[in-house]
Ligand binder design. Sequence first.
Ligand code: SF4
Ligand code: SF4
Length: 316
Amino acid sequence: MRTLSRREFLKLCAVSTAGVSLGSLLGWDFVFNTFARAAEGRPTVVWLQGSACSGCSVSLLNSVDPPVADLILKLTGLKYHPLLMAAAGEMGVDLLEEVARKERGNFVLVVEGGIPTAERGRYCLIGEQHGQAVTMLDAVRILGNAALVTVAAGQCASFGGIPGAAPNPTGVVGVDRVLADRPVINLGLCPMHPDHFLGTVVHLLNYGLPELDELKRPKMFYPGPIHENCPRRPDFEAGRFASSIGEEGCLARLGCKGFIARADCGNQGWNHGVNWCIKAGAPCMACSEPYFPDHTGPFYGLFTVSRTRSEARPSS
Ligand code: SF4
Ligand code: SF4
């Protein structure tokens, strides 16, 4: 059976290129064996959905190669996923309670979507038990405190995302704000990249918690600003700027935030590496960052970066 050292694994994650899936780079036997071992008693997976559009689930299930959906559905003990499971109603909620009780410290919690906290979480109910509403906030607290680790899948679960945008009447926050003293991994893109999920789970199962940046994102997938390796960087240096969508040239004057967006979108590409925002002519909106979308607007207007990342604001 093929094995990889952690160093080899990280190297392969870093060299991922558009059109070559992470699974192909790692070797399918390695990936399948990892998940097969998981199916034999290693951590099982519980997937909750809060304030979200289901885009992160769709992103994962749509992946062509690797067949991530196959891996997740057939080889892990995916015990709960509101879109995919057969159980419904109280039966579903009972299942969650059973996992929290019987598998304490031995399962991975995946959270998709933000968590409404206003009115004690009553803006997002995931079901009922014994006639009582169970909120997403309750579920994340109970399961997050019992899980080995929680993966915040996508921008909304990581940082609040669009459901948490101003004025945010439902008080949506990211998982980290609810589980401040628990291990949380943020996969903050909108939507989550399927290879990021696959790579994170494979890392967890083989080597434990991946190295995280100060925003709890795996460094292997959030290496540095997109601007650093952008294919339009020579245009930026030469002062060739596109003045309308579809033109050649750097997209800075059309609102590109590649300066402040830390992610490997340019290496990995999207939709099996077919394309990604900047290659398609669309400015980066910095959906990887905690201040998306409130402070990364206007999406299509000139943007200036102030001294610190947290103070990034659009120019007037
Ligand atoms: S398109 Fe965006 S990321 Fe690329 S060089 Fe221009 S500003 Fe930087
Ligand atoms: S290029 Fe920018 S807007 Fe597009 S997915 Fe990556 S971080 Fe988000």
